[in-house]
Design a protein around this ligand. Structure first.
Ligand SMILES: N[C@@H](CCC[C@H](N)C(=O)O)C(=O)O
Length: 290
C-alpha cells in the first residue's frame, strides 16, 4: 500500500492514494498510522479517490453539496480515527499531492469534502513545496460561547466553516503570552452549544494586519496549524475589529497563512510541503485491529 506524507504549515497528514476505495479505513488503523511512536505519525489521514467511487463503495452515503461524481474527494480522518467534515490545510496538501503524483494536471480544480465542494488554485509547485489557495465556502457565525483552557476562561465566537470552531479573540493577549499558554489538555466547552465537539482557537486581536493563533483540534489535540481554524480566527478577529470583511495574516506555530473574508465566505492561501513517499508493510497493516 502506497502512502505519502505532507504538511500545511506543519499540520501533517498521511496521504493514502486509494483510487478504487478498497482500503478499510477503520478507527484503529487510522489511529495507528497517525501514532508518532508506533505508526508514521500525523494529525490526520487523507484518502485520495474520486467522489463517485466513494459513493459506489459505501464510504459516502451520498455526494455532498456541489460535489460531482468525477471530482476528487478528500476523505479526511482525524488522528483519533474520527471523521471530520473539512480540513483546510488538508485540502492544500491534497491538491499538491494530486499535482505532484500526476493524477491532476490543471492549476484549478475542485476538491470535494464532506462539507461540500472546495475549489482550489495551485499557484506554483517548486520542488517539494506548493502554494495553494482554497475557496473555503461559507463562514457562518453561531453566537458567543466560552472555553476554559488551563483554568482560564476565554469568550469566543462560534463559527461553522463546514466544521465547528470556537474562535476566542483575547484583547490584551500578546504573541509571547499566547506562546506560554498551556494547551496540553483539552479545553472545556459548552457541549450543549457544540453537540458534535469543537475546535478551539485562542488568538490575539488584529495588529498590523495579522493575528497570532494557537489551536486545540477536536479529534487530535494541539496542532501546529489548522486551516479551517485560521478562517474562523480571521472572521472572529475581523468581527472584534468591527469589520465583516478583510484580509488577515494568521501566524500559527507552524507558519503563516492568508485568509480573505468577503461576502460571507472565505479563501485560504498558504504552503504545502510533501516530505516523503513509500509503502506500508502489509503484515503490519493487516495486524491492526479492524
Ligand atoms: N486541521 C484541519 C481541521 C481538521 C478537522 C478538525 N480536527 C475537526 O474535527 O473538525 C484544518 O486544517 O482545517
Amino acid at each position: 500500500m502506497q502512502f505519502a506524507k505532507g504538511h500545511g504549515t506543519q499540520n501533517d497528514f498521511v496521504i493514502l492514494p486509494d483510487l478504487d476505495a478498497t482500503i478499510e479505513l477503520t478507527e484503529a488503523r487510522v489511529s495507528a498510522l497517525c501514532d508518532r511512536n508506533r505508526g508514521i505519525g500525523a494529525d490526520g489521514v487523507l484518502r485520495v479517490a474520486r467522489a463517485g467511487v466513494l459513493v459506489e463503495t459505501g464510504v459516502l452515503d451520498v455526494l455532498p453539496d456541489g460535489v460531482e461524481a468525477d471530482h476528487w474527494f478528500m476523505d479526511y480522518r482525524n488522528a483519533d480515527g474520527s471523521v471530520a467534515e473539512m480540513c483546510g490545510n488538508g485540502v492544500r496538501v491534497f491538491a499538491h499531492f494530486l499535482r505532484a503524483s500526476g493524477l491532476e494536471s490543471g492549476d484549478e480544480f475542485v476538491v470535494g469534502s464532506r462539507a461540500g465542494a472546495r475549489p482550489v488554485i495551485v499557484h506554483s509547485v517548486a520542488g517539494a513545496t506548493a502554494d495553494v489557495t482554497v475557496a473555503m465556502g461559507a463562514v457562518r457565525e453561531l453566537g458567543t460561547s466560552t472555553a476554559t483552557v488551563a483554568g482560564q476562561e476565554f469568550t469566543g465566537l462560534g463559527i461553522d466553516v463546514g466544521n465547528p470552531h470556537l474562535a476566542c479573540v483575547s484583547d490584551d493577549l500578546t504573541a509571547a503570552a499566547l506562546a506560554e499558554l498551556d494547551l496540553t489538555t483539552a479545553p472545556e466547552f459548552d457541549a450543549s452549544f457544540f453537540e458534535h465537539g469543537v475546535n478551539v482557537e485562542i488568538l490575539t486581536p488584529i495588529r498590523d494586519g495579522g493575528v497570532d493563533m494557537r489551536v486545540y483540534e477536536r479529534g487530535v489535540g494541539e496542532t501546529r496549524s489548522c486551516g479551517t481554524g485560521t478562517v474562523a480566527a480571521a472572521a472572529a478577529a475581523l468581527r472584534a475589529d468591527g469589520r465583516a470583511e478583510g484580509e488577515v495574516r494568521v501566524r500559527v506555530p507552524g507558519g503563516e497563512v492568508v485568509v480573505t473574508v468577503a461576502d460571507g465566505s472565505a479563501t485560504l492561501r498558504g504552503p504545502s510541503v510533501l516530505v516523503a513517499s513509500g509503502s506500508l508493510d502489509e503484515s503490519w497493516w493487516s495486524s491492526l485491529g479492524r
